[in-house]
Design a protein. Structure first.
Length: 372
């Protein structure tokens, strides 16, 4: 995947017109054939995008890689997981278009090697709980800062950083506080960073709708203040992936911050009630005081594997989604947001009992929309 010297074509060659209009920083970086668009478009063409996707093995990453692969992009995927955990990514691009590199986030040389041949870098690195090796400061501040600095040094055209809608240094959630610090860190290192601020995402493999559906094993649904003081505006994960792809194509997106939300806002109580109706499960909410909820979560945090819930997750899920009317959103990227009522069944069908497996979605009464 190393860049070949002297690849610039003569004026009479068939790619001369394409080369003439490429950005000057790409020409200075010794143009590689992978960034010269070829073909009619689609999976087996060459889109001209060479994207390094950090965090591609996560929930959002698989959708982003799929969208990049279907338009003929070459994708570099740094990974630190087992080989079996990246198998599902291999068929998402044409033969030879997806390149896997072992990666240690604390090794700057490995990070530099992963992005040195790319014209797009996407940071989706994330984790919902802290470990001994990687705390939230490492995952959401230090690693993004290092990637942004190396992006600037390599002369990469576009750098997309994934944040959160409720990122705030005053948030009770450490996850959200470090997300806010990460935004400032990447902007300081690379001012043209494109920052995406999605609300809680839902999809087949999510940890939002599935989390609440699985809480039925507690004999009901514990919610702080019955969930009537929290407003959520969840977004479909495919819409976020589309937003990233469209931001890559948009020449005016550099340096912008996008607030990505779904079309409707719901009280958390009403949203969870709708999820249980779709799953054909009895909805039994009960109020849980925050200190007691934290005490129970502290017990689950002792799990050496993925904890069922954490104190930070409780605070994050009970934080009201913010409104950013002055920031561009999905509509500015040409995307129509997908309502929860249309796609919730994709997530929740597996939570149904057998007798309700094929029941129509219309049997569930839609959640009430609010404008708070």
């Amino acid at each position: 995947c190393s860049r070949a010297a002297g690849v610039l074509h003569s004026p009479g060659s068939r790619n001369a017109s394409t080369v003439r209009f490429l950005p000057i920083n790409l020409l200075q970086r010794k143009l590689h054939h992978a960034v010269v668009p070829k073909g009619k478009g689609g999976r087996s063409s060459v889109s001209g995008t060479v994207a390094t996707v950090f965090g591609a093995t996560g929930f959002l990453g698989r959708y982003v890689v799929n969208r990049l692969g279907r338009v003929g992009s070459q994708i570099v995927i740094p990974y630190r997981c087992d080989q079996y955990d990246i198998m599902y990514l291999r068929p998402m691009g044409d033969l030879g278009q997806i390149i896997f590199l072992e990666w240690n986030p604390k090794d700057q040389d490995m990070t530099r090697r992963a992005l040195e041949n790319s014209n797009v870098v996407i940071n989706l690195v994330g984790r919902e709980w802290e470990t001994r090796n990687f705390g939230f400061e490492d995952v959401y501040v230090n690693i993004p800062r290092n990637i942004a600095r190396l992006v600037r040094e390599a002369g990469v055209e576009k750098f997309i950083h994934m944040s959160h809608l409720n990122a705030d240094i005053k948030s009770p959630s450490k996850y959200l506080r470090t997300k806010a610090l990460g935004e400032m860190a990447v902007r300081e290192e690379f001012p043209d960073t494109i920052i995406m601020k999605p609300s809680e995402m839902f999809g087949r493999e999510d940890r939002f709708f599935n989390h609440f559906a699985n809480m039925r094993w507690f004999g009901g649904e514990p919610l702080i203040a019955f969930g009537r003081k929290t407003v959520k505006q969840p977004i479909y994960v495919v819409d976020v992936a589309k937003a990233i792809i469209n931001a890559i194509k948009d020449p005016d997106s550099n340096g912008k911050t996008y607030a990505l939300v779904g079309p409707h806002r719901y009280l958390l109580h009403d949203l969870v009630e709708f999820l249980f109706a779709v799953a054909h499960r009895p909805f039994i909410p009960y109020p849980m005081p925050r200190p007691l909820y934290h005490l129970i979560a502290r017990f689950f945090e002792l799990n050496p594997f993925e904890p069922w819930t954490t104190r930070d997750k409780i605070d994050r899920f009970h934080t009201m989604d913010k409104k950013f009317p002055d920031l561009p959103g999905l509509e500015d990227l040409g995307i129509v947001p997908t309502p929860v009522e249309q796609k919730a069944i994709e997530v929740l069908r597996r939570h149904r009992r057998y007798r309700w497996l094929e029941a129509e979605l219309e049997d569930a009464r839609p959640a009430k929309h609010v404008n708070i």
